[in-house]
Design a protein around this ligand. Structure first.
Ligand code: F6R
Length: 610
C-alpha cells in the first residue's frame, strides 16, 4: 500500500525521508521516489523496486535540500513503471505531488486539462493533481490554488505537495486516506502513519478529511478547503521507536506473536477488576443505551472479521443479544435495513480499511450508534464512530495480523462481560470468575509459546504439503478460519477452515496421506466427543492430524499425530489461547519455505483501497 513521508527542517532531509520510507516498507510497495527542494528548484528521483535497490541506482542520500517529500507506491492506476512512480509534477516542473488514495474523477479532469494544453507524462490519477494546482495558480497564491484544486477532486487522497516558488513550505491535505503531521524541534513532518516518524518525534496532529496543512520548519497551520484556519490538538504518542522494531526476532511477525502476553495485559489494564469492566472515556456509550440495544451488527474484513465471529459467539452465548457479523465489503452494497436499536461495531486493526470505513459510514446514515474496536489511535474509523475501544497491541508491523487479533478477542470478551452484567444475564459471581479468567490469560500464554518446539517439528515435517484443512467448532470455528488464513497469507499454501462437523459434507473427500488436518479441539462440554469422532474419521483415511488440545487431555494424544497443549480456561477464552499455536505454525512453515514473512506477496497492511 502506498506510503508518504515529508519533512521541512533546518537541515538536509534526505536521511529522514529515507528512514521514513524504510519504516513504511512493511505496507508493501512496487516503486519509490523522492523530491527535494533546493535553491528554488526540484531534485526529483524515482525508480521501480524496493527502496534499497532504487537507492543503489540513484543514491537519494546525496541530495541536498531542507525540504522534501517521499513516496512508496502500490499501483492502482497505471502499471509499475518509473514514469508512474511518485512524485508527479506539473508542466512547468514547479509543483511536485505525492499521493495515496484514488481520484475517482481523474479521467474527466485529465481530459479537461489536456484540452487546456497540459501535457501528462504518466498514466496515474495523481498527476492530475499537480496539473490542476498549476491550472489554478494563475492569479492566485499556492494556498488558494491547492484549495481550488482539491475542491474539484472526487475520491480519496493523502497528499504531500511542494511548490518550487514557496521554498520554506511543505503542503499536505487529506480526504479519506490517512495522513498525520509530526511536530518536531525546528522541523515538521507529514507521514502516512506514526511509526514512520517515531524516531524523530512523538508529537502528532491527526489531519481530518478535507483539511489542508501548511508546514514550515518552526510552525504549522491547518485550514479547511475555504481557507479558514482550524485549531488542531497535538497528541503525544507513547509508542517507543523500539516498540516498532524487531527487538532481536527474525521477523516482526514472530516478535508480535511473542508480544501477545504483554499486548493482552496492556489491553486489559485498568479495564477489568473484581466484578467491574470499565472502558476509557472514548467508549462514549451510556449504560442506559447499552441496556436497551436489541441487536448488534459487527462489520470487519479479514482477520478482524474472524474476531467478529468470535465476538458474535461470545455476545449471543453470554449477553444473550442477537448478533450478526457481516463482511464490511458486502454490507456496504446490500442496502441493509438497520433498526435504530441496533449497535453497529466496526473492528479494524488499522482503522483505515476502506471497506470498513465505507460500511460504517453507510450504517451511520441509517442513524444507528456505532462503536469501533481499533488498534490505531486517531485513525479514520475511530473518528467516524460514536465510541471507541482501543486494543493496546502497539504497532503491528508484520502484514499478517497476530497480536491485534488476540487483543480484539480480549476486548470483545470484556464488552461481552459488560453487556452481560448490565442486562443481568450473568450474576455477580459469574462476572467475577470471568474477569479472573481473562486476567489469567497473559500469564497462561507463555505456556502456549513453550509449545513452539512441537510446532516447529510439525513445520519441518509438513512445510512441503500443498493443502491443509483447519477444523474447529463453536467459538473455535472462527479460529480454524483464522489459522487457515494465516497459513495461506504467509506461506502461500492452500488452506481451508471448516466447522469440524461439516467435513463429512464434502471436504472429507480431500483426505489422504498428504493432507495435514489441524483440529482446534480444546475440552468443552458441548462438542468435544464429536470432535474426537472427526479426528478418527481423518485418521482412518490416512490423513495427518495436528490437534490443539487442553492440557491434561489423555484421549487426543492417543489419536493425533501431534498434540499441542493449551492451558485450561473458560470455553470462550480458549479461542485466544488456541489462536497462538496456529500463528506459530503458519510462521514456521512460511519461514522454512523462505517466504517474505513480514511482507507476503500481493498483500498490504492497510487496505485503503476498495
Ligand atoms: C490478515 C490481515 C488482514 C486484515 C484485513 C483488515 O492477517 O491482516 O486480513 O485483517 O485487511 O484489516 P484491518 O483490521 O486493519 O481493518
Amino acid at each position: 500500500m502506498c506510503g508518504i513521508v515529508g519533512v521541512v527542517s533546518n537541515k538536509d532531509v534526505s536521511h529522514k525521508l529515507y528512514e521514513g520510507l524504510k519504516n513504511l516498507e512493511y505496507r508493501g510497495y512496487d516503486s519509490v521516489g523522492m523530491c527535494f527542494l533546493h535553491n528554488k528548484s526540484f531534485l526529483q528521483k524515482k525508480g521501480v523496486g524496493k527502496l534499497a535497490e532504487v537507492q543503489k541506482k540513484v543514491n537519494f542520500l546525496r541530495f541536498k535540500g531542507n525540504i522534501g517529500i517521499a513516496h512508496c507506491r502500490w499501483s492502482t492506476h497505471g502499471g509499475v513503471t518509473e514514469a508512474n512512480a511518485h512524485p508527479h509534477s506539473d508542466c512547468s516542473n514547479r509543483i511536485s505531488v505525492v499521493h495515496n488514495g484514488i481520484i475517482e474523477n481523474y479521467s474527466k479532469l485529465k481530459d479537461e486539462l489536456v484540452k487546456k494544453g497540459h501535457e501528462f507524462t504518466s498514466q496515474t490519477d495523481t498527476e492530475v493533481i499537480a496539473h490542476l494546482i498549476e491550472d489554478n495558480l494563475k492569479g492566485y497564491s499556492i494556498e488558494k490554488a491547492i484549495q481550488l484544486a482539491l475542491k474539484k477532486l472526487e475520491g480519496s487522497y493523502a497528499l504531500g505537495i511542494l511548490h518550487a516558488d514557496s521554498p520554506s513550505k511543505l503542503f499536505a491535505a487529506r480526504n479519506e486516506s490517512p495522513l498525520i503531521l509530526g511536530v518536531g524541534n525546528n522541523e515538521n513532518f507529514i507521514a502516512s502513519d506514526v511509526p514512520s516518524i517515531l524516531g524523530y518525534t512523538n508529537k502528532v496532529v491527526y489531519l481530518d478529511d478535507k483539511e489542508i496543512a501548511v508546514l514550515m520548519k518552526g510552525s504549522f497551520k491547518v485550514f479547511d478547503l475555504d481557507g479558514r484556519q482550524l485549531r488542531k490538538k497535538i497528541n503525544v504518542i507513547n509508542w517507543s521507536r523500539e516498540a516498532a522494531e524487531k527487538g532481536g526476532f527474525k521477523h516482526f511477525m514472530l516478535k508480535e506473536i511473542y508480544e501477545q502476553p504483554r499486548a493482552i495485559a496492556d489491553t486489559l489494564n485498568g479495564r477489568a477488576a473484581n466484578n467491574h469492566v470499565v472502558f476509557d472515556k472514548e467508549f462514549g456509550l451510556s449504560e442506559n443505551y447499552l441496556r436497551k440495544i436489541k441487536k448488534i451488527l459487527i462489520l470487519a474484513c479479514g482477520t478482524s472479521w474472524h474476531a467478529a465471529l468470535v465476538g458474535e459467539f461470545m455476545i449471543e452465548e453470554l449477553a444473550r443479544i442477537p448478533t450478526e457479523v457481516q463482511y464490511a465489503s458486502e454490507f456496504r452494497y446490500r442496502h441493509a435495513l438497520l433498526d435504530k436499536d441496533t449497535l453497529v461495531i466496526a473492528i479494524s486493526q488499522s482503522g483505515e480499511t476502506a471497506d470498513t470505513i465505507a460500511a460504517l459510514r453507510e450504517a451511520k446514515k441509517q442513524g444507528v450508534k456505532t462503536l469501533s474496536i481499533c488498534n490505531v489511535m486517531g485513525s479514520s474509523i475511530t473518528r467516524i464512530s460514536d465510541g471507541v475501544i482501543y486494543t493496546r497491541a502497539g504497532p503491528e508491523i508484520g502484514v499478517a495480523s497476530t497480536k491485534a487479533f488476540t487483543t480484539q478477542l480480549s476486548v470483545l470478551y470484556l464488552l461481552t462481560i459488560l453487556l452481560s452484567k448490565l442486562r443481568k444475564t450473568l450474576n455477580e459471581g459469574q462476572v467475577k470468575s470471568m474477569i479472573e479468567c481473562i486476567r489469567k490469560i497473559p500469564m497462561q500464554l507463555p505456556a502456549v509459546l513453550h509449545e513452539d518446539d512441537e510446532i516447529l517439528r510439525c513445520a519441518e515435517l509438513y512445510h512441503k504439503r500443498t493443502n491443509s484443512l483447519y477444523l474447529g467448532r463453536g467459538v473455535n470455528f472462527p479460529i480454524a478460519l483464522e489459522g487457515a488464513l494465516k497459513l495461506k497469507e504467509v506461506s502461500y499454501i492452500h488452506a481451508e477452515g471448516y466447522p469440524a462437523a461439516e467435513m463429512k459434507h464434502g471436504p472429507i473427500a480431500l483426505i489422504d496421506k498428504n493432507m495435514p488436518v489441524v483440529f482446534i479441539a480444546p475440552h468443552d462440554i458441548y462438542t468435544y466427543s464429536k470432535i474426537l469422532g472427526n479426528i478418527e474419521e481423518v485418521k482412518s483415511r490416512g490423513g495427518i492430524v495436528i490437534a490443539i488440545a487442553t492440557e491434561g487431555d489423555k484421549e487426543i494424544p492417543k489419536k493425533a499425530d501431534h498434540t499441542i497443549f493449551i492451558p485450561k480456561t473458560l470455553y470462550t477464552l480458549s479461542s485466544i489461547l488456541a489462536a497462538i499455536p496456529l500463528q506459530l505454525l503458519a510462521y514456521h512453515i512460511a519461514d522454512k519455505l523462505g517466504r517474505d514473512v513480514d511482507r507476503p506477496r500481493n498483500l498490504a497492511k492497510s487496505v485503503v483501497v476498495e
